[in-house]
Write a protein that binds this ligand. Structure first.
Ligand code: NIG
Ligand code: FE
Length: 412
């Protein structure tokens, strides 16, 4: 089927098909065409350009989007959207003065979500997660990475990954799945962490490989969770199954996880709220994408990732939601883009680049997603009437989206 959007006020993020990411100074540029058309054939973008070059043809299904903008849909490269229940009580505890780390030390936090997930059936977990997925589709997320890590036992980690596989089959979004067995040390292994690491390496990884349940591997490299040595062991083991790392590093402490991730050819290093000069230096001339998660900083009241020094060092930055029940219970990428502008001082151009093409790169899908390019998937956002893409971050908290198209199909 052929469809065409006409009278697009701004067709945003127009790039050559071969471009996979954008770094440094170049992030300030968000290529666009004013008063544009965009043709879609089946699930792909087949042509676009200025309205003055548009050849009207009667066989096309014409959608007039006068006064509206069209962008590639958001590419959210870091989420924990599969979880059971919620942690709103911990939210209140934090308002009353406890810190995220104190709550975790008392057995709350990730372990609290693990208990809930272990007691939830696979079907129920799928239903709960799918509700959130449907909301994210309407908020314009067209590609999404989802992590395990609330199972923390062989059975429960497999259950989570099977739910992610089910979402892969049922959601119109592009989904990538990441094994995060090393998210926290379960209570029963508190005095014997190495036994839990053995379980990850010798039981979980082989089973996950057998069922082909993961695209990537992740470790929460942090004080009180998994140290450098643990992380090194797990990433080395995962390499034997061809699982590329995307890791949680430098959220509360800079332990050297950035350089370790790079040593293991990590596709991305995520969080980076505590970033050192050495970390920035280590990232130069690598293929590893730094990923900032401003929703987590906002919700926990911790520092924001210093994105300006990263960009000024010539590096790329991606933005992701970190959607999870403990540190970021929202996956709204429109708000993430606003936060990045308001709190991290990214320009709208930088923030939109970070949430589209660079997000796609950070989850290994930028060949087909993250920009307007011939041959790429027709995963698109049509905004409400507005003058410019600058209004997306400016009108924070508003939903700027009128329509979403995924795989060439308009979503109701
Ligand atoms: O990315 N930092 C580790 N993991 C998640 C939070 C997990 C939770 O609190 O449930 C994060 O922030
Ligand atoms: Fe996370």
């Amino acid at each position: 089927m052929r469809q065409v959007f006409i009278n697009i006020k701004q067709l945003v993020q127009v790039r050559p098909t071969s471009q996979k990411k954008v770094a440094g100074e170049a992030m300030k540029i968000l290529p666009k065409i004013d008063n544009a058309f965009l043709e879609i054939e089946d699930d792909r973008i087949s042509n676009f350009g200025s309205m003055s070059d548009f050849n009207s043809s009667t066989e096309n299904n014409v959608i007039d989007v006068k006064n509206r903008l069209v962008l590639p849909s958001w590419c959210d490269s870091h989420s924990h959207v599969v979880y059971a229940g919620n942690r709103s009580q911990e939210f209140v505890d934090r308002i009353n003065g406890l810190s995220y780390e104190e709550i975790a030390r008392r057995g709350g936090g990730i372990l609290n979500s693990a208990k809930a997930l272990q007691n939830t059936s696979e079907n129920d977990l799928f239903e709960q997660s799918m509700e959130r997925i449907k909301r994210l589709v309407r908020l314009g997320t067209g590609a999404l990475e989802i992590k395990s890590g609330y199972g923390l036992s062989v059975d429960a980690e497999l259950k989570m990954l099977r739910v992610i596989r089910q979402i892969k089959r049922r959601s119109p979004q592009k989904i990538k799945s990441t094994f995060l067995g090393a998210h926290a040390v379960p209570e029963e292994f508190k005095t014997n962490k190495s036994e839990y690491i053995d379980l990850i390496i010798n039981s979980m990884l082989p089973k996950i490989h057998e069922e082909n349940l993961a695209d990537f591997v992740d470790v929460f490299c942090e004080k009180g969770y998994f140290d450098m040595e643990d992380t090194n062991l797990i990433l080395s083991a995962a390499k034997r199954y061809n699982l590329q790392p995307k890791i949680h590093v430098n959220q509360f402490n800079a332990l050297g996880g950035v350089a370790l991730g790079i040593k293991h050819n990590a596709l991305s290093v995520d969080h980076l709220e505590k970033l050192t000069q050495d970390d920035i230096h280590a990232l130069k001339n690598t293929e590893t994408m730094p990923v900032a998660l401003p929703g987590c900083s906002f919700f926990l009241g911790i520092p924001y990732t210093p994105a300006r020094p990263l960009i000024e060092a010539g590096l790329a930055v991606a933005l992701a939601s970190d959607f999870n029940p403990g540190s970021a219970p929202s996956g709204n990428m429109n708000f993430i883009v606003s936060l990045a502008c308001i709190k991290m001082k990214l320009t709208p151009e930088e923030a939109i680049n970070a949430a589209t093409i660079n997000g796609a790169y950070a989850m290994g899908v930028s060949e087909k997603y993250g920009s307007i390019a011939v041959g790429k998937k027709a995963n698109l956002i049509v905004t409400k009437p507005m003058d410019s893409y600058q209004q997306i971050p400016y009108e924070f908290g508003n939903n700027p989206i009128e329509k979403v198209m995924l795989n060439g199909v308009l979503i109701d």
